[in-house]
Ligand binder design. Structure first.
Ligand code: ADP
Length: 642
């Protein structure tokens, strides 16, 4: 293979300057985190090499004793971090740290709020940790070589963080990466041995790889100095230690390492399973959703280890998509070291680790919900919509997930989803056997829907579902604790025992009395509706639309159409409120043309009030204006639009 040794200067992607500025200004108060980021990268690089070497021992190049070295040089004002991990090829350097990289950048800039404290929290999520070294360095030199490539494949990268970097191929004996930070004026504390050791202790003690610093001792008698390597971290894998010996702070720091986050997690579950199958799992619930939360496929975040050896960072087999926000590690004592992705897919042990871990996570969420409602509300705001997918995807745990759901409801005034299904059940009216819900595109549309009128009158609570996934969720969650979930916009109104016999009879009577009117309406609407009938569900509105019992709910239909799916439009049923004055007037209206217009307005209104879209809004507005005009000047002739 020919080596392209030329030196070139390349520009960072356009956003980098902005990012670096932001990083330098907003992370300034917390600048020592650059060390955590670089140590974390070095440790990942060692994990990668160890894993690749499982199938190709030669990659170690005779040096399997993986470490991180940190050294300080007061004369040249540099701090150097070196590892003998996997290293990078020239292409990898350009790809990983040359361009600011990754789909995350754009999302990152979109997510910025302008509030520095908040924004600084975001940086870690976007995989831009390496750049934090420019907080304290005005020049960074990175020298690396990919393990397994010949020594002529060394790479020298350098940047002053000013929008460009140079890259050059050179010879390098050692595989792995060395990063030399040329410290800015005034950053002298990072040249102090004790300060750097303290920072390492604080942020990187749990790193399993030895972190080595030179220790200089002077013999008092001979005044001779000797330099020895000294390991500065404890270096036991945190998850292996006993829960009681781990402090909250250590858990938090470890989380930041595995999740590349700057913020503490909301909670964690740490468990050791013994018996037939032995494994340890340590799972964290982050405080904030990552930018790629909606990507169900490309899932990383749970690292699999086998007896402390990192195997892969791929949660696909380890957790279901609806828990894709969880971060952590699983360490199995039983799996073979050379396990591949393919084997993982059909492995019984993985299956039981997976189901055990799901249960642990769900019960951690349950106890968070029970013990700290405020924290749970934060969780729900960030991840509620993802968790809802579980109701559909995971029938085994459906009821446990249902317990964790939160909804807005007619019982509460604000749109924040705080009501649980259990809350709802305790407030059910005597004789009520169903959990009623309505789906709509917004809280206001749900809350003001005419379908709720009878429920309000009778004081029956209705859940207000306004997430896109809710319709799908409600269809799959048929019942909870033996109570059926029932859409108030579907089928004819049946309140069971809650129905007042009188009301019902009246509606039936009205239907037969109004038969001629209903027929005329049906005729005027033609094939827009399946049926026209009288209802007792309305107390204030003249009419509403309901879906047939068997057919799709109107809001689901709209959703699927919006997603570009070809759905067979099902016709709604128009329900009329026989007690409404508009309906009585309509009954008296004899002119055919005017009657038709009124009916069309009534139909369009019913559609609008449930958040639907009119087929021909212009015609609706015209009709309404004509009607208003005729009310203002009753004698004027009516000119209808064509
Ligand atoms: P992140 O670590 O979140 O991916 P970084 O900006 O810190 O983001 O690093 C970008 C990438 O550069 C890493 O994912 C890794 O591929 C590569 N990298 C960084 N440091 C090293 C290192 N010491 N050895 C090998 N690769 C590294």
């Amino acid at each position: 293979m020919s080596v392209d040794a030329h030196k070139e200067t390349l520009g960072f992607q356009t956003e980098i300057k902005q990012l670096l500025d932001l990083m330098i200004h907003s992370l300034y108060s917390n600048k020592e985190i650059f060390l955590r980021e670089l140590v974390s990268n070095a440790s990942d690089a060692a994990d990668k090499l160890r894993f690749e070497a499982l199938s190709d021992d030669a990659l170690y190049e005779g040096d399997a004793d993986l470490k991180i070295w940190i050294s300080l040089d007061k004369d040249s004002r540099t701090l150097t971090i070196r590892d003998n991990g996997v290293g990078m090829s020239r292409e990898e350097v350009i790809e990983n740290i040359g361009t600011i990289a990754k789909s995350g950048t754009k999302e990152f800039f979109k997510a910025l709020t302008g509030d520095q404290a908040k924004d600084s929290q975001l940086i870690g999520q976007f995989g831009v940790g390496f750049y934090s070294c420019f907080i304290i360095a005005d020049k960074v030199t990175l020298i690396t070589r990919r393990a397994g490539l010949g020594k002529e494949h060394g790479v020298h990268w350098e940047s002053e963080g000013d929008g460009q970097f140079s890259i050059e191929t050179l010879e390098r004996d050692q595989h792995g990466t060395e990063i030399i930070l040329h410290l800015r004026e005034g950053e002298d504390e990072f040249l102090q041995d004790y300060h750097v050791r303290n920072v390492l202790k604080k942020y990187s003690d749990h790193i399993t790889l030895p972190i080595v610093m030179p220790k200089i001792t002077t013999d008092e008698e001979t005044e001779q100095t000797t330099v020895e390597d000294e390991v500065v971290n404890t270096g036991t894998a945190l998850w292996v230690r006993s829960k009681n010996d781990i402090t909250e702070e250590e858990y938090n720091e470890f989380y930041k390492h595995v999740a590349h986050d700057f913020e503490d997690p909301l909670t964690y579950v740490h468990s050791k399973v013994e018996g037939n199958l032995e494994y340890i799992s340590l799972m964290f619930i982050p405080a904030r959703a990552p930018f790629d939360l909606w990507d169900r496929n490309n899932r990383k975040g749970v690292k699999l280890y086998v007896r402390r050896i990192f195997i892969m960072d791929d949660s696909e087999q380890l957790l279901p998509p609806y828990l894709r926000f969880v971060r952590g590690v699983i360490d199995s004592a039983d799996l073979p070291l050379n396990i591949s992705r393919e084997i993982l897919q059909h492995n019984k042990q993985i299956d039981s680790i997976r189901s055990g871990t799901i249960k642990k996570i769900l019960s951690a969420l349950k106890s968070m919900a029970e013990n700290d409602a405020e924290k749970y509300a934060k969780f729900w705001e960030q991840f509620g919509r993802v968790l809802k997918e579980g109701v559909v995807d995971d029938p085994t745990n459906q009821q446990a997930i249902a317990k964790l759901l939160r909804f807005a409801s007619t019982h509460e005034d604000n749109a924040a989803p705080t009501v649980t299904l259990d809350d709802y059940i305790t407030r059910m009216k005597e004789g009520q056997d169903k959990i009623y819900y309505i789906t709509a595109e917004s809280f206001a549309a749900a809350k003001n829907s005419p379908h709720l009128e009878i429920f309000r009158k009778k004081g029956i609570e209705v859940l207000l579902l306004t997430d896109q996934v809710d319709e799908w969720l409600a269809t799959h969650l048929r019942d909870y604790e033996g109570k059926q979930l029932h859409s108030v916009t579907k089928g004819s109104l049946d309140l069971g025992e809650l129905d007042n016999e009188e009301d019902k009879k009246e509606a039936e009577k009205a239907t037969s009395e109004l038969k001629p009117l209903l027929d005329r309406i049906q005729e005027a609407l033609g094939d827009k509706v399946k049926e026209v009938r009288a209802t007792h569900r309305l107390t204030q509105s003249p009419a509403c639309l309901v879906a047939d019992e068997q057919s799709m709910d109107a809001s689901l239909e709209r959703l699927l159409k919006a997603a570009g799916q070809n759905v067979m439009g099902s016709k709604p049923v128009l329900e009329i409120n026989p007690t409404h004055p508009l309906i009585s007037s309509l009954n008296e209206e004899q002119t055919g043309e005017r009657f038709n217009d009124w009916v069309l307005i009534l139909f369009d209104q019913a559609l609008l009030s449930e958040g639907g879209q009119l087929d021909d809004p212009g015609a609706f507005v015209n009709r309404l204006n004509q009607m208003l005009l005729s009310m203002m000047k009753p004698e004027s002739p009516i000119i209808m639009p064509h």
